[in-house]
Design a protein around this ligand. Structure first.
Ligand code: PEP
Ligand code: MG
Length: 886
């Protein structure tokens, strides 16, 4: 019931059902929150319902909220459908007041604990409910520690804490505009509303945007009886994982903090001890915890993360969820569980995704070139980050906005650092463990992170840090941060490709264990990860119905694409073959006045194009190679109009018929206000006689040459930017004439399908007619998105898109993920009407969306035959196509 109870509430209920030790309580639903957020008021019956459930809780505990000799205290915690770590609010110790604090002290036999809890409540309440700037409280706390000469809050004596309570109440009055409420029910009501409100804070909204979590879900609120980890050395609180969330290795893993409460562990203010230490400190609780973790894994069939508290030797589970993990851990855990037959391979495939695979294909540091690190921390989120050290988030965001690569260096991070973390290549902190805020958030967004690098002393105000041995890092100094092994290096360390890329480069053969020892070689490669990727890729290939081709214009790209698993070339952009030296030839083509001149140039271009296609057909022997006829506006091949005008002006009148003069005239003649909507694609083919025919001839002759050499060439001809059936018919007639001519001359030429791109709205709307002249369609979703939205694909991303994303016009750029409602509808329509005319019509897509994980699913559902994408994204598309099919 996570939709209604939020992840936390649902899992608390689930753990209770499993008979695990969960403090009793109840959960207020997301429905109540949504109603509150839309009307600005609590739903009419909420207060009464809370009253009923609280009464039940009080009866069960035999104690009353904030009253009597043994007062009940509760925690009020947020919990949305999707985990948003640290983004929303929590208030602990609700129920404490000037009276109940004394009762609590009596019950616990510990004055210090009672006053510490009370000051925590006022502090959290002040910040969360009354919106008081937390620094007012922090400054007082810091002064108290200084005056008492102690390092930790836990060492402050009771009298001092009591004085702090008075001080905090004063801060509440002055900065919160009211007295701290003494009525426990009022505290509870206000705390619940504050948790509702925290759904809409800026940082929560930003986080949702980043994670593509819808804005209208709302949060649930769990109200539970408090248990205390700060009751002395036999108490404590911790976070644990049933497997290593960084690598996916088996074995429990976690951090524990003695005599501490709530956020102390994740906040990273105090250094934790590893879970193994708990075995020594409290073997009973450790054993119980380990058993519970095994139960949870068996129940959820996945890695779980857990928050727990030990109150005077008694273990309590505060929350669990299927835990966040790095991309590497996701693959490893899914494959391990499938190997152990805990889940099947279909389920394993559902548990990884294309973006994670893309992350694994990132490069890492070259071990040969990195020397000794200046510091080491906890490897919290893998990757190799290089950038200028920056010590605060606003400056990090500003420098990154200027195009600089930065590494955010902080003592610890908190939710206000989100912008800086988003902007940075990597994050480095000097405090906190794998479960600190920095670690959790960085992992979630795929940022490299090293945390708890204790040797580093960060002085954010002075914008510098010192490293062990006395070295100094000033703002702007370049750092290399290795999130895979936790090392930090001064200067730029060269990076090398990932082991996973190497695996794909090997054509998908996993590197493996030493045949004699059965062990993986210690060569820095993560062989276990590669085996996991291999297992899931094979399964994806077995399951997928969608073919995957590559967009490739050179033999080199095509060969790599084939190694990466592409089943052909879905788009060869021939304009890329007209650059460099050949630009001159095109220039001559444009300047040609007579037929003879033009034919001469085309004759020179023919053998060059033939060689291009021969190489491509050889690289993809036995597989389709879709050659797209020339697409871009011709003026793109001519010199810049301003430069040329200056040159001509400098040369004066002499030789009015000079090359530059003629060029300038041509450039002026061809100049268009809106070249993307101008003379390009099929229009060019109709305007420049012989151009398309030359390209078709080159394809046919290349195929004949390949056949003669014993190859199995399978070229296809594709016509760009078609809007009307007649355009395609004209080109097709010409192409067929040329193909027949070459076949007659060379004998052995394969049948060459002729198809069209569908990249204009009119083409999509009249696809039924166009299909009459096409053997296949390939959706050019780049131009189709451009023309359906009326967005210039070359301009918008750097212009108003940021604002559009911010204001929720779309959750992600339509150039990145297919706009299913708009552009997608045209794709579906064209596919349907095209196939109605011609049931055998081939259907593919070759816009950038072909390699985008979310879009691949859409194309699968739309019934296309294949997607075509850049070689590097071929594995991602294969995986996603498999996922779409299970
Ligand atoms: C497209 O428009 O989607 C396409 C593949 O063609 P190009 O990107 O070359 O315009
Ligand atoms: Mg296009």
């Amino acid at each position: 019931m996570a939709d209604l109870l939020g992840g936390k509430g649902a899992n608390l209920a689930e753990m209770t059902r499993l008979g695990l030790p969960v403090p009793p309580g109840f959960t207020i639903t997301t429905e109540a929150c949504r109603s509150y957020l839309s009307t600005g008021r609590e739903p009419a019956t909420l207060r009464e319902e809370i009253g009923d459930h609280l009464a039940a809780l009080e009866r069960r505990m035999g104690r009353r909220l904030g009253r009597g000799a043994d007062p009940l205290l509760v925690s009020v915690r947020s919990g949305a459908r999707f985990s948003m770590p640290g983004m929303m609010e929590t208030v602990l110790d609700v129920g404490l007041s000037d009276t109940s604090v004394r009762a609590l002290a009596g019950q616990a036999g510990d004055d210090r604990f009672a006053w510490d809890s009370y000051r925590r409540l006022i502090q959290m309440f002040g910040r969360t409910v009354l919106g008081i700037d937390g620094s007012h409280f922090d400054a007082e706390l810091e002064a108290a520690r200084r005056e008492e000469g102690v390092e930790a809050d836990a060492s402050l004596p009771a009298v001092r804490l009591r004085a702090l309570v008075e001080e905090f109440k004063r801060i509440t009055r002055v900065h919160g505009g009211r007295d701290f409420p003494q009525d426990p029910r009022e505290q509870l009501t206000l705390a619940v509303d504050a948790v509702f409100d925290s759904w809409n804070t800026d940082r929560a909204r930003r986080y949702r945007r980043q994670e593509h979590i819808p804005d209208d879900l709302g949060t649930a609120v769990s109200v539970c009886a408090m248990v205390f980890g700060n009751l002395g050395p036999d108490s404590g609180t911790g976070v644990a994982f049933t497997r290593d969330p960084a690598t996916g290795r088996t074995g429990v893993y976690g951090d524990y903090l003695r005599n501490a409460q709530g956020e102390d562990v994740v906040a990273g203010y105090r250094n934790t001890v590893p879970l193994a230490e708990l075995e020594r400190i409290d073997p009973g609780s450790h054993r119980r915890l380990t058993e519970i973790m095994a139960t949870l894994e068996r129940h959820y069939l996945d890695l779980c993360d857990i928050e727990f508290t030990i109150e005077r030797g008694t273990l309590w589970m505060l929350q669990t969820r299927v835990g966040k993990r790095t991309a590497a851990a996701a693959f490893r855990i899914a494959a391990d569980l499938a190997e152990q037959e805990v889940i099947d391979d279909d389920e394993a495939l559902r548990r990884v995704d294309g973006s994670q695979l893309a992350q694994l294909m990132f490069p890492h540091f070259d071990p040969a070139h990195r020397g000794e690190p200046v510091a080491r921390g906890v490897p919290a989120s893998p990757g190799a980050a290089v950038g200028a050290a920056v010590f605060d988030s606003a400056r990090a965001a500003a420098r990154a906005a200027r195009g600089e690569r930065v590494v955010l260096v902080r003592r610890e991070t908190n939710p206000d650092d989100l912008d800086g973390m988003l902007a940075a290549e990597g994050v480095l902190t000097s405090r906190g463990g794998k479960t600190s805020h920095a670690a959790v958030v960085a992992r979630g967004m795929g940022r490299t992170c090293v945390c708890g690098a204790e040797g580093i002393v960060v002085d954010a105000d002075a914008r510098r840090a010192t490293v062990p041995g006395g070295g100094v890092i000033e703002e702007g100094d370049v750092l290399s941060v290795d999130g895979t092994d936790g090392s930090v290096h001064l200067g730029e360390v060269p990076v090398v490709p990932s082991t996973v890329v190497e695996y794909f480069e090997n054509g998908g053969t996993p590197t493996g264990a030493d045949p004699t020892t059965g062990e993986d070689p210690d060569d820095g490669r993560d062989d276990a990860l590669v085996r996991a990727v291999d297992r899931l890729m094979r399964h994806a290939d077995r399951r997928r119905v969608l073919g995957v081709r590559a967009n490739a214009d050179t033999g080199r790209d095509a060969r790599r694409a084939a190694r990466f698993g592409a089943a052909g070339v879905g788009l060869c952009r021939t304009e890329h073959m007209f650059l460099g030296e050949r630009r001159r030839l095109v220039e001559r083509l444009v300047l040609a006045v007579t037929d003879r001149e033009r034919e001469e140039v085309l004759a020179e271009l023919l053998p060059l194009q033939r060689a291009d296609f021969t190489e491509l057909l050889a690289a993809m022997d036995g597989m389709p190679v879709t050659v797209r006829l020339l697409d871009p506006p011709l003026h793109e091949f001519l010199p810049d109009i301003t430069e040329l005008s200056v040159r001509v002006a400098r040369a004066g009148d002499e030789g009015d018929d000079s090359r530059d003069h003629r060029l300038l005239r041509a450039v002026r003649r061809l100049h268009e206000q809106n070249p993307m909507l101008g003379l390009r694609g099929v229009r060019l083919g109709l305007v420049v006689p012989g151009l398309f025919a030359m390209q078709v001839r080159a394809v046919a002759e290349a195929a004949a040459d390949r056949r003669a050499a014993g190859g199995d060439p399978r070229p296809e001809i594709m016509v760009p930017l078609v809007a009307a059936a007649r355009e395609l018919e004209i080109v097709r007639e010409e192409a067929e004439r040329v193909l027949a001519e070459v076949a007659a001359r060379r004998g052995s030429v394969p049948t060459v399908p002729v198809g069209t791109m569908i990249e204009l709205p009119r083409a999509a709307l009249t696809a039924g007619e166009i299909a009459g002249a096409a053997d296949f369609f390939s959706f050019g979703t780049n131009d189709l998105t451009q023309t359906v939205w009326g967005f210039s694909r070359d301009d918008v991303e750097g212009s108003f898109f940021a604002g559009y994303l911010e204001r929720g016009v779309f959750p992600v750029s339509p150039f990145e993920t297919i706009d299913a409602a708009g552009v997608g509808t045209l794709v579906r329509t064209a596919a349907r009407t095209g196939r109605a005319t011609s049931p055998d019509l081939g259907l593919g897509v070759c816009g950038e969306h072909g390699g985008d994980p979310a879009s691949v699913r859409f194309f699968h559902e739309a019934g296309l035959d294949y997607v075509s994408c850049s070689p590097f994204r071929v594995p991602v598309a294969r995986l996603e196509a498999g996922r779409a099919a299970v």
